[in-house]
Ligand binder design. Structure first.
Ligand code: SAH
Length: 498
């Protein structure tokens, strides 16, 4: 009998990839995806710990699943990923109906663990060693990279895929829980990454996004040779059939000249760099232990702009960090008004147990002030994004067509393969473009004439189909692509966002 799985994913691209891999492994064992949690034999939550809000969402989802578990005690309830690593047995103390608690370093065990629970061997908690008080080698071994064979059906779209370059993080920014829950930074060998990319391309993939917590810190040393991210990009750029390469997230200090030159010179590498500044004030950056000053960040930005004037640079910001004064916040606001970021992800500071900021700095900015600063910064970014996007009106851009726009997806439009729908795709510099075109263009590269700009998207017409151009008023532009949602959200492991 086929067993059915329901999985909900919150958080970053790393989690989206992890869910894809867990689902693929279970499908190989005969599992299928369920249409709803109450029709599932196993319900998994792939979790995020980066902010309290993401954890609260999971605990309330666990509250909701309790009723299902009461009616059908055989349903396997699993908490996977970062919150499992962070909270460990606390998960079961708060929700004793959970059968499986599995950290990011143990995901390869999920298929076997589910069988054990079904056979009556649960509950099970499998997590990695704590980064405090254990030898580094042993800790690293306990965080195993999980990159088994892929299942094309499980990807965000059949023609786009994430590929992991490294697991973990060693930056230890004072606010951030990631190094604690995802363990030490460990690179995957370049040959493995390239082989995975080739396989994905053979399966029809056209765009690959390399992912690592600080992807541009990538370093692999082998027999006296060191491979850095720039070298890896050269190898990937040579893969026939691959059209586009992106990589996220970058750490400002590791944005070296060789990497910038690789982005400039390699035809398949997108001119899109996510390099979070986090804050505009040196004093706050020091309290965050980010390891650079704003002057150094701007110097890096200058090198990027000089080499690739049209590159889209994006950032993350934290507002209301410990001790943030009005003047310090103003420095962030000024940075957003002047730096020309394509967009920014803005977060209110959320204290995370286990981090240096949690242990040593009071969370002393009132919630109301955090909210107001969040609003002001978003407003400034929206203005900057609109100004940036307006420069594209009247240009022709190559777009990789991803699917229905969020408007037509919401309306559940189904025009058939040849009927017009509002489609969405992205330019080489990661700008969202919407245009009316037949669905059969999905997965293809098309040239689009840009006719109008909103803050979060551009609108246009397919260049070689100008005769079929739709009137401009038919294209809706207002910020329906929320800047807080990361680009690619796959059915059926759609991340619910944090
Ligand atoms: N290593 C990646 C991902 C970190 S989490 C990176 O450097 O981008 C993604 C973003 O969440 C961070 O860039 C930061 O802006 C935000 N973030 C991390 N910890 C946070 C916290 N405790 N409170 C609020 N936002 C946080």
């Amino acid at each position: 009998m086929t067993r059915r799985l329901w999985i909900e994913t919150v958080g970053c691209q790393m989690n989206v990839l992890d869910s894809e891999l867990v689902v693929a492994a279970l499908r190989r064992q005969g599992w299928e995806l369920a249409a709803a949690p109450d029709a599932a034999d196993a319900v998994f939550y792939n979790t995020c710990s980066v902010r309290q809000h993401a954890e609260d969402k999971i605990y309330s989802a666990l509250g909701r699943i309790r009723g299902v578990k009461a009616k059908r005690p055989d349903v396997v309830v699993g908490v996977l990923g970062c919150m499992a690593q962070k909270d460990q047995d606390l998960v079961r103390r708060r929700a004793p109906w959970v059968d499986l608690v599995v950290g990011p370093g143990q995901l390869h065990q999920v298929p076997a663990l589910v069988e054990e629970v079904i056979a009556g061997g649960g509950p099970r908690i499998e997590v990695s060693l704590d980064r405090r008080g254990n030898p580094r080698d042993a800790i690293a071994r306990s965080f195993e990279s999980y990159d088994p064979d892929r299942d094309p059906a499980m990807r965000p779209t059949p023609f786009q895929a994430f590929v992991r370059t490294q697991t973990g993080c060693d930056k230890f920014c004072a606010f951030c829980v990631v190094p604690h829950v995802r363990g030490p930074e460990q690179a995957r060998p370049p040959a493995t990454i390239v082989a995975e990319a080739r396989k994905l391309v053979a399966e029809g993939c056209r765009e690959i996004t390399l992912i690592g917590q600080t992807v541009n810190s990538y370093r692999w040393a082998d027999g006296g040779r060191t491979t850095r991210l720039a070298d890896l990009l050269v190898l990937l750029d040579g893969i026939d059939g691959l059209d586009r390469i992106k990589f996220v997230t970058n750490y400002p200090r590791d944005m070296t000249d060789d990497l910038i030159a690789a982005v400039r010179d390699l035809p398949k590498v997108c001119h899109y760099l996510h390099v979070p500044a986090q804050h505009g004030s040196d004093a706050v950056l020091a309290r965050m232990r980010r390891g650079y000053t704003i002057g150094e960040y701007l110097e890096m930005l200058g090198r990027v702009r000089e080499a690739i004037p049209a590159a889209a640079v994006t950032s993350d910001f934290i507002v209301g960090y410990c001790g943030e004064t009005d003047a310090e916040f103003q420095a962030t606001l000024d940075l957003v008004k002047t730096a020309g970021f394509k967009n920014s992800f803005i977060f209110k500071y959320s204290p995370r147990p286990g981090t240096k900021a949690f242990d040593r700095l009071p969370d002393d900015v009132p919630e109301e002030a955090k909210k107001e600063r969040n609003r002001l910064l978003l407003e400034a970014q929206e203005e900057a994004s609109l100004a940036g996007n307006r420069r594209f009106v009247g240009t022709r851009q190559q777009v990789l067509v991803e699917g229905l726009s969020s408007r037509d997806e919401k309306r559940e439009v189904d025009p058939g393969p040849d009927g017009l729908a509002q489609l969405a795709g992205r330019t080489m510099c990661d700008r969202i473009v919407v245009f009316d075109a037949p669905l059969r263009l999905v997965g293809r590269l098309v040239d689009v004439e840009i006719l109008a700009a909103g803050a979060w998207s551009l609108a246009g017409v397919v260049a070689d189909g100008l005769a079929a151009a739709v009137p401009l008023e038919a294209l809706r532009l207002t910020g329906e692509e929320s800047p807080e949602v990361h680009a690619i959200a796959p059915p059926p492991v759609r991340p619910t966002g944090v």
